[in-house]
Design a protein. Structure first.
Length: 424
């Protein structure tokens, strides 16, 4: 079991918050986190995140701050940037975005004028809200057009449609990346289309940044991409936050820095930047490559069970860390499945499937993945068993006896594979 963080002052001062934190520790230890965007950070990352840097305002960038007392803030931000550049083989890095959404929006405002067009992946086919969903404010400023999968059973992207739309709409940014897509992209095709229409090629790598860093997925920069945004958590296994990377174009990098500050954000969260730097150091350790490879193997093992049981998966399976399954064959919706699985200690999320006829809060699918349980040491054998248990619950979601038995087995698995304090 992971060592509980020692927080005596909080226990004495605010028992309500202390109790909630202890309750969450217990929930994470005794259950299994399968939400693909969640992971367990090391105790070192947590210590940095809760450090004295939370007191410090540091508007600006290293060497160009607006306040004094920046010797050590400059040091940690330089370390974070240098490590990020080494990980992703690029020349520029901005580690100040508070979140992945901020990173995307910062890139848009740096590279576009109001009314300019972005061509990105349709949300219903795996894209993200910040890729132009009509509910977001950003769509009032920029024009978003979309591409989709050519075949939802294989996950193949319709690159011909992408090129046709690009030639017709002349986007300033051709955006790759996704939130609920289980296959790899053809970065060369996307970069070539972007060049053909004189667009900037941008990758939102939030979900797979750790797989790229670990060498099990291709690096878009190796295929001509200009910009990459990402979160620093998920598969990258760092603190919650964002980052923008630029391959080599100095002018783009300058625009992005100016867009983030003073354009969109004030003082950076220096305690989070310290935690990012620690996490990036962990990514550079050789053991991270083994971790990333195991994440993919584990997801494939879960997909094999779903395929064997003839449960439809969007994209026909997975090549990365996540699976999007259509669970309508069980006669339930994603919300019902999420609640039933939560009751047995398996946490995942309901999710719309491609062209889903159901509403977002009662969608047809569930999304789950292996980054967090792989951090706990799960291998293919344990992941396959978890998939089998999930299916048992989905088939008997109202059977209390079944759910009790599954819950006991999940607790036993969690006890065998405690949340680690360290990642190497």
């Amino acid at each position: 079991m992971a060592t509980p963080q020692h927080i005596p002052f909080l226990e004495e001062q605010d028992d309500d918050i202390y109790s909630a934190i202890r309750g969450e520790e217990k929930r994470q230890e005794e259950g299994l986190e399968l939400i693909p965007s969640e992971n367990y950070v090391s105790l070192a990352v947590r210590e940095a995140s809760g450090s004295i840097f939370t007191n410090k305002y540091s508007e600006g960038y290293p060497g160009k701050r607006y306040y004094g007392g920046q010797e050590f803030t400059d040091s940690i931000e330089d370390i974070a940037r240098d490590r990020a550049k080494e990980i992703f083989n690029c020349k520029y890095a901005n580690v100040q975005p508070h979140a992945g959404a901020n990173a995307n929006i910062g890139a848009y405002f740096a590279l576009l004028e109001p009314g300019d067009t972005v061509l990105g992946m349709d949300l219903s086919h795996g894209g993200h809200l910040t890729h132009g969903h009509p509910v977001t404010y950003i769509t009032k400023i920029f024009n978003f057009v979309r591409y989709k999968m050519k075949d939802t059973e294989t996950g193949e992207i319709d690159y011909d449609e992408m090129r046709e739309v690009a030639l017709r709409e002349k986007p300033k940014i051709l955006l790759a990346g996704y939130s609920a897509y289980s296959r790899e992209l053809d970065y060369k095709k996307i970069a070539d289309i972007a060049k053909e229409v004189d667009a900037i090629s941008m990758m939102d790598a939030a979900h797979i940044a750790g797989l790229i860093a670990g060498g099990v997925h291709a690096n878009p920069f190796d295929y001509g991409f200009d910009v990459m945004t990402t979160t620093t958590h998920k598969t990258l296994r760092g603190p919650r936050g964002g980052m923008i990377l630029v391959k080599s174009d100095e002018e783009i990098a300058k625009k992005i820095d100016k867009s983030l500050f003073p354009g969109l954000q004030g003082g950076p969260l220096m305690h989070q930047i310290a935690a990012k730097a620690v996490a990036f150091g962990e990514v550079l350790h050789p053991s991270f490559k083994e971790y990333a490879a195991q994440v993919v193997k584990n997801a494939a093992a879960m997909a094999e069970v779903f395929e064997r049981e003839e449960i439809r998966m969007l994209g026909g399976g997975t090549s990365n860390h996540l699976i999007l399954a259509d669970i309508t064959s069980f006669g339930i919706d994603g919300h019902t499945a999420e609640v039933a699985l939560d009751e047995v200690g398996i946490t995942l999320n309901k999710n719309m499937i491609a062209d889903d006829p159901n509403p977002p809060m009662r969608p047809s699918g569930i999304r789950f993945g292996t980054p967090a349980i792989t951090t706990r040491g799960f291998t293919e054998k344990e992941c396959a068993r978890v998939a089998e248990l999930m299916i048992e619950v989905l088939r008997s979601h109202e059977d209390k006896a079944v759910k009790k038995q599954v819950h006991e087995e999940i607790n036993a698995l969690a006890a065998r594979f405690p949340v680690p304090d360290k990642h190497y």
